[in-house]
Design a protein around this ligand. Structure first.
Ligand SMILES: *[C@@H]1O[C@H](CO)[C@@H](O)[C@H](O)[C@H]1NC(C)=O
Length: 342
């Protein structure tokens, strides 16, 4: 039987790691697929252990420097059919939550959990090959060119020192090429450190949220049209309300609203306000888990006004890959459904 199994697993499509999650109160089993760019050729199967990706039940691990030599990974959640992406409509008093272990992610790393308005079936009905990526920086590949843009919601971009969540709506519906539409590329981001709450998030018990230990991130989407994106945390059985910083000496904010974005200097209009983000979310977004570093560090997330890290070459990809090759993130217990408490 063992021999037969190996024979078939080589003959047919790759064995995508399975992941259980909760969708409207019911347990579902989906599959992880890595983005097309991680494949040697467009149709090549991927060995997930070789790219540092593994799952167990509801838990998913991503590693920085992997046995294959690939650096990090960008993954999507396929539904139970394994041929379409799972879609999440994040509007109308619903919440999205997960547990995360950030303890092994130093300055310069970015472990991101985010959603994008990709097509459910990928580029050409080939979602099982991780195709059809798009984002608010137009980094989706079509025919070998980075051109495809779409609305993006960064529920989580973080390492153990810094965290932000950010809306990136676009002027168009679905996907578009650069030039025929635009997206709010800087986005409206909530980073409490930036607005003076420097003791909220960090790697010791002196922070409100201690990133040396696992915690739950709950994000709530209020109204349809969307009016507010709220956040709270749970750690060690305790509910931790979001930070509530005084933004530019104007008002305190603990969530993303048009008022917050305006105070933060983003001047929301009909293309960039939270309702515009909500219109895209209502059409359904694909879930992406990403672990990455950058040649220039992650200063926009964790250095200068954004966080306590040095930024620049001290946190560059080369430094991290040499000094922290085993950096990894563990996501678990993804849940989506009606708001459980407000
Ligand atoms: C997959 O990659 C792992 C880690 O590099 C390796 O040990 C294993 O032999 C590979 N499996 C196959 C089928 O190539």
């Amino acid at each position: 039987m063992f021999v037969v199994f190996l024979f078939f697993s080589n003959l047919f499509a790759e064995s995508n790691p399975s992941l259980t999650y909760t969708y409207n109160g019911a347990s579902r089993t989906g599959y992880i697929v890595v983005d097309q760019e991680w494949r040697d050729t467009a149709t090549a199967d991927v060995n997930y252990s070789a790219i540092g990706v593994s799952t167990s039940g509801s838990s998913l691990t991503q590693v920085l420097v992997t046995p294959s030599g690939a650096i990090g990974s960008r993954l999507y959640l396929l539904d139970s059919t394994k041929s379409s992406y799972e879609l999440f409509a994040l509007v109308g008093n619903v919440e999205f939550s997960y547990d995360v272990d950030m303890s092994d992610l130093p300055c310069g790393m970015n472990a991101a959990l985010y959603t994008i308005e990709m097509n459910k079936n990928g580029l050409k009905n080939d979602a099982q090959l991780g195709t059809g990526y798009c984002d608010a920086q137009f980094l989706g590949m079509v025919d070998g060119k980075q051109v495809s843009g779409c609305a993006e919601l960064d529920i989580w971009e973080a390492n153990r020192e810094a965290t932000v969540y950010t809306t990136h709506p676009c002027t168009f519906t679905g996907q578009s090429t650069k030039g025929s539409g635009s997206c709010q590329s800087d986005g409206c981001g909530f980073n409490a450190y930036r607005y003076g709450e420097k003791n909220f998030y960090g790697p010791s018990s002196s922070f409100t949220l201690d990133t040396t230990k696992k915690f739950t991130v709950v994000t709530q989407f209020i109204g349809n049209p969307l009016t507010e994106i709220k956040r709270y945390y749970i750690q060690g059985g305790k509910t931790i309300p979001n930070a509530n910083p005084l933004v530019y000496n104007t008002a305190n904010y603990d969530s993303i609203t048009d008022a917050f974005c305006k105070t933060a200097g983003h001047n929301p209009d009909t293309n960039t306000n939270i309702a515009a983000m909500g219109k895209s979310l209502a059409r359904g977004h694909v879930l992406s888990f990403s672990l990455w570093d950058s040649n220039d560090g992650m200063g926009w997330l964790d250095a200068s006004e954004y966080g306590p890290c040095p930024g620049g070459t001290a946190d560059s990809a080369a430094t991290l890959e040499k000094n922290h090759p085993g950096s990894h993130v563990v996501w678990s217990n993804v849940k989506f459904g009606p708001v459980s408490n407000l």
